[in-house]
Design a protein around this ligand. Structure first.
Ligand code: SF4
Ligand code: SF4
Length: 257
């Protein structure tokens, strides 16, 4: 196994281990063996969409976004080896004052990136992203990833074939969602993730509308390579005002270093 850790090793902003204990003890699986529904365990690789790109994602890998402190939690449990050959990516986004540390695992493990029992939060939740108000109350769900946005914009049938949530699994979804909602930092990062996803989607929609008929995957790839997927100043200002609302609501319980 080889892996690289980018950036500082100690998380300056970290969600408490008790939150992760609760999440990792919850075996949310919307449907037993649901890979049989989509036919190719689509969410383990997204390979059918990656195959639409000309230049990016030519090698097989899976990127798994993490909550702040989740990497350290996985390390403390000895669960990082599940990712095989991986990098720990840390991207710092200045908000002035403060900054966000956006972390992910880039795993090159063939087929599935992780082991079922110790899979990260994102994999437990997929394909649903919980939507909250600022008090941490769950108010709905959204699709979780950027590929779902691309397929919707392109007018494709959803690759993920999960269409219903059995009652027993609903309780587990609520348990994970509530663990996240009780941590101001986890809540902020989940809401910031959705805000960023919306920002990218709105820019893609706008460009798609102007270049009628253009393939949305080609457009996404072009904008990614040109660094045009986000408008950094506009996104920073949206995230800053989200952080300000959190500061007002949570005071000392919320701090971006
Ligand atoms: S894409 Fe959807 S249906 Fe397929 S394995 Fe993932 S969660 Fe299950
Ligand atoms: S949890 Fe891991 S093994 Fe399961 S679908 Fe996600 S990437 Fe694949």
């Amino acid at each position: 196994m080889t892996h690289k850790t980018a950036g500082e090793k100690t998380a300056l902003q970290s969600v408490g281990g008790n939150v992760f204990d609760e999440i990792y003890a919850t075996d949310l699986r919307y449907w037993q063996d649901c890979w049989k529904l989509c036919g190719d365990a689509h969410c383990c690789s997204f390979s059918r969409y990656k195959a639409r790109f000309q230049l990016i994602a030519r090698t097989s890998f899976q990127e798994l976004p993490l909550l702040p402190g989740e990497y350290e939690y996985l390390a403390s449990k000895g669960w990082l080896s599940q990712f095989g050959d991986f990098d720990h990516k840390v991207f710092e986004f200045p908000l002035n004052p403060g900054r966000m540390r956006v972390e992910s695992i880039i795993s090159r493990r063939p087929h599935c990136a992780c082991d079922h029992d110790t899979r990260p939060t994102i994999c437990r939740l997929y394909p649903l992203l919980p939507v909250y108000d600022i008090d941490g109350a769950l108010i709905g769900t959204d699709s979780l990833g950027v590929y779902e946005d691309l397929e919707a914009l392109q007018g494709l049938e959803p690759a993920c074939r999960l269409t219903s949530l059995p009652f027993s699994e609903l309780q587990k979804f609520l348990k994970i969602a509530s663990a996240i909602g009780r941590s101001a930092l986890a809540l902020f990062y989940i809401m910031a993730y959705r805000l960023t996803k919306e920002h990218v989607r709105a820019r893609l929609m706008d460009a798609h509308r102007r270049g009628s008929g253009v393939d949305i995957f080609a457009l996404f790839e072009r904008k990614l390579l040109r660094g045009q997927l986000i408008d950094e100043d506009a996104l920073a200002s949206e995230l800053r005002s989200l952080a300000d609302s959190f500061q007002l609501r949570y005071g000392e319980r919320f701090r971006l270093e």
